[in-house]
Design a protein around this ligand. Structure first.
Ligand code: IMP
Ligand code: MG
Length: 187
């Protein structure tokens, strides 16, 4: 049975279907389970965009782990990243000496991830890696960003769904889709 939001009237194209997400996330989970076997893994993600990915990735990982969340505001809710990152909620857990894996929904310019890496690294984790579901490689302006796990490389298009929003809407779409131009242009 098709989900109620599929197809959605504001969506031009489904870029990554829920089935493709499912398969890829299970592969990432298997790889991470292997790489972190016997280690104290703390999966960290950033509210709100990464919560769907975090929920599915954590269930695809078969070794014991803990979860923690941060909240930041990276731009004013439109299409442009201003480069201004504000920490709205810090982690609950101490990360010193622990194996931290940052689960990100999307890395675009890389500014947000590089800011997060900087503040987390300063706390002395035993290891610190990034797992991003989506990577818009062509948009990168931070050129030394180490990405250890990536789900999909996507082209330079604005996508929504599976946690990603346009002005806080569309996060609950179960796939990654491209918004119609007229929806993006309407103010
Ligand atoms: P960066 O700092 O430019 O790498 O941007 C990271 C943040 O920008 C993500 O966590 C998203 O919140 C947002 N972002 C970048 N591209 C998209 C997109 O295509 N759709 C929705 N949000 C996006
Ligand atoms: Mg966002």
């Amino acid at each position: 049975m098709a989900a109620a939001h599929e197809p959605h009237p504001h969506i031009k194209e489904v870029l990554i279907s829920r089935e493709q997400l499912d398969v890829r996330i299970r592969e990432l989970g298997a790889q991470i389970s292997e790489d972190y076997r016997g280690k104290d893994l703390l999966l960290v993600s950033v509210l709100k965009g990464a919560i769907y990915f975090m929920a599915d990735l954590s269930r695809a990982i078969t070794i014991p782990l803990s979860l923690d969340f941060m909240a930041i505001s990276s731009y004013a809710g439109g299409k442009q990243n201003t480069g201004v990152v504000r920490l709205l909620k810090d982690l609950d857990e101490h990360i010193t000496g622990r194996h931290v894996l940052l689960a990100e929904d999307i890395i675009d310019t890389g500014l947000t991830a590089s800011y997060l890496l900087r503040i987390l690294r300063a706390r002395g984790p035993e290891s610190l890696r990034i797992c991003t579901l989506l990577d818009k490689t062509v948009r990168r302006i931070v050129d030394d960003l180490p990405i250890d796990y990536r789900g999909f490389i996507i082209p330079d298009v604005f996508v929504v769904g599976y946690g990603l929003d346009f002005r806080q809407i569309y996060r609950n779409l179960p796939f990654i889709g491209v918004l119609k131009d007229e929806v993006m242009e309407a103010t």
